[in-house]
Ligand binder design. Sequence first.
Ligand code: PEP
Ligand code: MG
Length: 602
Amino acid sequence: MSVVITGVSASPGIIIGPVHLLRWEVPEVAARMVEPEEVDGEIARLHAACNHAIERLRKVRDRVEEHAGPEEAAIFDVQISICADADLHTSVETLIRQGFAAEKAFDLVLLEWREHFARSSNALMRERVSDLLDVQIRVLSVLLDLPDRDPVDLPKGSNAILVTHDLTPSLTVQFDRETIAAIATDAGTGTSHVAILARSLGLPAVVGLRDATARMESGATAILDGTHGLLILSPSPARIADYRGRARIEQEEARELQRYAREEAVTADGVRITLRANVDMPDEAAAAATSGAEGVGLMRTEFLVVGRAAMPDEEEQYEAYSKVLRAFAPHPVVIRTYDIGGDKLPVGGFPHEANPFLGWRAIRMCLDEPELFKVQLRALLRSAMHGDLRIMLPLIVSVDEVRQARVLLDEAARELAALGVPHRTDIPLGVMIETPAAVITADALARETAFFSIGTNDLVQYSLAVDRGNIQLVSRFTALHPAILRLIARTQAEGHAAGIEVSVCGEMASQPVMAFALLGLGIRELSVAPRSVAAVKHLIRSIRAAEAASAAAAAVDAGTAAAAELLLRERLLAELRLSGDAVDGLIALVDTHIVPDIADSH
Ligand code: PEP
Ligand code: MG
């Protein structure tokens, strides 16, 4: 019987294909004890399992090196050396000699090592915690005879739907678009790390499926409907045929929308809007540059670090930033300095925190680790030789942070000058407005910065006190809450008064109803996922800015997010019908519910 699991839409598109289930979690290990005469056999079993894991890791490393590169593959070298570590073996053997079965001994030692490494004051040791976790899962899977599959095992052309609890760094680097066509995860929300990654890769994705991994088997056929946030298991032939038809319609609509990619982003009443793209992966830049975007409004540099054994050096960063700048020249490219921390823990080298979203992350970490930060700043100043670079600082709460960052930026420039390395020093420095503190002090920030970019994902999280990654709270994560609309309006007004640019680069800008509201609040610059550029451009061309302003004013007064959404949707649909030019694809996007019903239906 066909089963429909409802999650959260993270990246649109329909894929019909085989499930590749990956249970990448520490398995339950029973406390099995052994007799003294079994000890040697258990030790031999331990060694055999570690050797098997090393073999597998070598294979994974080689494949990843082939399709992603040596830096991405280095994470597996680290894990190989953990598997072969003599101290680790001695500790596990000691427990086996005390009567623990190999799997229990290995589990206990790895748990202890992970806790010890996580508490270390040495950043290099903290960086190994996620590798230890991967090794723990891998070796225990061998010892317990559980399936050990890696995404790279899939043959090219598999068109598989990867179903997993959450994406770990070592899984992320194994992504090969020629094998994995879609992603489905138990965890996550529309604005969590995995969703942003899927959108960057242009892979259809559904997140927040809660217990999906427990409800399916590898190899079974499934339908992933990224547009509506559904995963359908064991679909009937009729349902498959129906979805093939829907996929064709979606593709046709996307093609139809594509006609607008090249047009100017100007409203029906003549207001010019700047539409840029959020580009996170340098390898995606060339394709994104054809989306019709006038530059990059946000490049999230932390994606360069995902799944890596070490932070990328200056040269590698310079190449990555230059690639994006060259692809978009002469348009501006806004590159954001590292926003590491929160749910973005790429290197795993961060202390465990009770409240990571309120913790040591983003600009805080960069200012406390000036040497690490300056590597990035030097790479940025050098890459500026290849285009119109703008540097943006994340998670700003006060002007001090901007001043300190500027001191480090000047120092980085002096270091390059002393070495005679070509670079530019006239780079506009802007800030993300994504905390209530930044909005309330926007006048002061505007005096010291070149531009504002509103990060609605975090602004909603911090203003409404709703964890953006918590699936339980999805219906409360409402960007159309009157408080958010007022914060955006205030930021726009302060930026306008100071004569600096104000853009919106959060996910809100990609959704038609919300983009309509943003234009109505006076925002004149939006940055959206490359896939959404054509649709948002078409939306801009189909509406009148004056009508958007009157609808947004009514939405602010509507009192609740739900009332605001209803009102905006109706006013937008009326505007689209009136324009006479609006294509079905755009109307379908407006009709897609922003927050899906998360109850299961069978
Ligand atoms: C945001 O917070 O809205 C934003 C654009 O940044 P990120 O999603 O990377 O936190
Ligand atoms: Mg943010």
